[in-house]
Design a protein around this ligand. Structure first.
Ligand code: GMT
Length: 379
């Protein structure tokens, strides 16, 4: 198949999933065209059947805001027409589903019927999409997509509760590539971060409010006096400055390290003892899955689709959103019992295997075929 993929090229989960999906499809012999405003962060090396089309927004004195959607539409029409794509798969509804609709209409006027699939990732529904300024556009463009997928059962449910959706929504979970995410020995690295044999807690996110990074630090402030430990905070975003202030107010700057955005997160997960994900909302929790693949148990909230990934009492523990005391107690419990910590790590790995790229990617492939046939039959 010749597949077009539109996504955000940044560090967010939706861009990561879209890129890994495209690369996985390319490995299986498909031609994959990424169309976005910047090379996606995980699209690093050359691949014979992967193409990247950069969208440039035209500037003009009249435009206070460059009309990116129009530029993206123009680029999509061009690429689909001339590369003869079989299907267009857009990730994150805003603005991509609406752009896809416009693209489809233009191509229809040129005698081309391009099948469109929209994948819902989470905040495009639960946070941003539900905002009154976007809701009507999101609802319309989901209904106008030929196929719609959601990354968890919970996200599917929330989408159906939030909008008047007339389409079936297929659940296709996030996935993980074990060639990249697996337990590897990085003892020298561990020694550099934790020279006294301290335990290492890790959190990775985009430091938005929805991630409740303050809970990670408040949890750590309870753990540190009981267990010799270090906290690695990976990622960056709007909450970072407040979080640095919070660390200072606890006097924990020596124990907490802000590592900023990192590409090789698997190397950091290799030295982690626990992963903390206290989100207010999380449609799936790809970051937790990446940790679990590296045999790191997860202490999380029970928000959104997290219970589909983290199994309470087996692969980690789940607490109510904001239950800092509960999460701290669970961290202390696991970190003080090496056998249990190791057993939970093994369970986490086993659970992560359910979401291996080999298991999930064929689901996308057969969904593509189904939607292409459906559109063909519609005429
Ligand atoms: O986690 C984020 O805020 C980034 C966001 C995105 O859209 O880039 O991630 C969402 O999509 C990921 C991949 O499908 C999911 O694993 C994350 O759970 C989801 N984030 C939220 O729902 C907050």
């Amino acid at each position: 198949m010749k597949i077009g993929i539109v996504c955000y090229p940044t560090f967010g989960g939706s861009g990561v999933v879209a890129t890994e999906l495209g690369l996985g499809l390319a490995d299986r012999g498909h031609d994959v065209h990424f169309i976005t405003y910047k090379r996606p962060v995980r699209l690093t090396s050359f691949h014979a059947n992967v193409y990247f089309h950069e969208v440039t927004s035209m500037s003009y004195p009249l435009f206070e805001y460059a009309p990116y959607e129009t530029s993206l539409t123009g680029k999509l029409v061009d690429v689909i027409r001339f590369e003869k794509l079989d299907i267009l798969h857009v990730h994150y509804a805003i603005p991509h589903a609406a752009v896809a609709y416009m693209t489809k209409q233009i191509l229809r006027s040129l005698g081309i019927n391009i099948p469109i699939i929209t994948t819902l990732h989470g905040t495009d529904i639960t946070l941003v999409g539900a905002d009154a300024s976007f809701a009507s556009v999101v609802e319309f463009s989901i209904n106008e997509s030929d196929g719609v997928t959601a990354v968890s059962k919970q996200l599917r449910k929330e989408t159906l509760e939030t909008f008047n959706i007339k389409r079936d929504i297929r659940v296709i979970h996030n996935f993980i590539d074990f060639n990249r995410f697996r337990k590897i020995n990085k003892d020298h690295f561990r020694k550099a971060i934790a020279p006294e044999g301290e335990k290492i807690l890790v959190h990775i996110s985009n430091f938005r409010k929805v991630k409740r990074v303050q809970d990670v630090i408040n949890v750590f402030a309870q753990v540190a006096p009981k267990i010799q430990s270090k906290l690695l905070l990976i990622g960056d975003g709007p909450e970072r400055n407040y979080m640095e202030e919070l660390c200072r107010s606890y006097g924990l700057c020596g124990e907490i390290r802000f590592l900023g955005k990192q590409e090789a997160v698997e190397e950091l997960l290799a030295i982690a003892d626990l992963f903390i994900l206290p989100s207010e909302n999380e449609s799936f929790g790809l970051a937790a899955l990446e940790a679990m693949a590296c045999e790191v148990p997860v202490i999380s909230s029970n928000a959104g689709g997290i219970p589909e990934v983290n199994i309470d009492g087996e692969t980690g523990y789940m607490c109510e959103i904001g239950d800092v005391n509960g999460m701290a107690a669970r961290c202390i419990e696991l970190l003080s019992d090496p056998d249990k910590l190791q057993a939970f790590g093994k369970n986490a790995y086993k659970q992560a295997k359910r979401f291996s790229i080999e298991a999930i990617l064929p689901e996308y492939e057969s969904y593509y075929k189904e939607i292409i046939d459906q559109v063909r039959n519609e005429g």
